[in-house]
Design a protein around this ligand. Structure first.
Ligand code: ADP
Length: 278
């Protein structure tokens, strides 16, 4: 279980002169599950990069489990990062290795690097193999352990990345578009795994393109639009009017574009949260 506090986050990409985040603040208590939504270019990925301190921050503060991320020395930073499980749209698998070996890589995050390397080189102990196979089973990859990752479908590869996350067993899951461009049944399965992880007490923060999934699986929604936090609350408060406001703010809208007066949730979901059209 991890707590996350963001205070007045401001990020400017100076090369482009873009204010990607402008005073974003929120507080997430241990064991919460939060979906981050917003139009393309809103600043969601930038927020995830800041929550892991992978890019510099102009001003503001990120605190994870009481550690001020941008002031922490590398020792503290390393100990915080080991408790974070990251999932990206690109799964970062080693495609030449088997599914089993890829999932076992999750041990790099939860035990010593030496033990993890030894496991890959010499083979997994009985207990390690049980953990990895259980993880593969949870994501629907039972029996695929010996298959090379490159021979798995896109949806299976992403589920394998989730199995690796399960082996890592992090306190906090940060998932940036984990189900973009994969098949609906894999998406559902991944959402179910996140739900189970949350029920076990893990904190989950998930950037989602698909608002329907966000509303179905997450009790709290944070919406970002044009670098600002524009909504923070339960799905029941995310009305069509609020959604229209959120998606009207897309950076990629042309100056003469206007949002439709009312956009229903289902329609936004069907459209994959594109900009409202004229
Ligand atoms: P989202 O994830 O919501 O689509 P991003 O965080 O990727 O949004 O981007 C927010 C804004 O910052 C966009 O205008 C984008 O073009 C810009 N941006 C993102 N990354 C960079 C970068 N490395 N350099 C310059 N501009 C960037």
């Amino acid at each position: 279980m991890s707590s996350v506090i963001a205070e007045g986050l401001r990020k400017v990409y100076r090369s482009e002169g873009v204010i990607a985040l402008d005073g974003v603040s929120f507080s997430i208590t241990p064991g919460e599950a939060v979906a981050v939504i917003g139009p393309s270019g809103a600043g969601k990925t930038t927020l995830f990069r800041i929550l892991t301190r992978t890019i510099p921050l102009e001003s503001g503060r990120v605190e994870i489990d009481g550690v001020d991320l941008y002031r922490a020395g590398y020792l503290f930073l390393g100990s915080v990062r080991r408790r974070i499980g990251l999932v990206y749209q690109r799964h970062n698998l080693v495609t030449e290795l088997s599914a089993l070996q890829n999932a076992a890589m999750g041990m790099i995050g939860c035990c010593s690097t030496w033990r993890a390397i030894k496991s890959l080189a010499v083979g997994l102990s009985g207990e390690e193999r049980r953990i990895v196979e259980e993880a593969l089973g949870k994501v629907g990859l039972t029996g695929k352990g010996e298959v090379r990752a490159s021979n798995l479908s896109g949806g299976e590869q992403q589920r394998l990345a989730i199995a690796r996350l399960l082996v890592q067993n992090p306190d906090l899951v940060l998932a940036d578009e984990p189900v973009a461009s994969i098949d609906p049944s894999s998406s559902q399965r991944i959402m179910e795994v996140f739900k189970e992880l949350n029920e076990e007490g893990k904190t989950i923060i998930c950037n989602l393109h698909d608002v329907e999934l966000a509303l179905s699986y997450f009790p709290r929604i944070i919406a970002i639009s044009q670098g600002r936090l524009v909504f923070d609350g339960p799905p029941s408060k995310l009305t069509a009017a609020v959604l229209t406001e959120i998606y009207r703010g897309g950076r990629e809208a042309h100056a003469d574009e206007t949002a439709e007066p009312c956009i229903c949730v289902e329609r936004l979901a069907r459209r994959g949260l594109e900009q409202p059209a004229n």
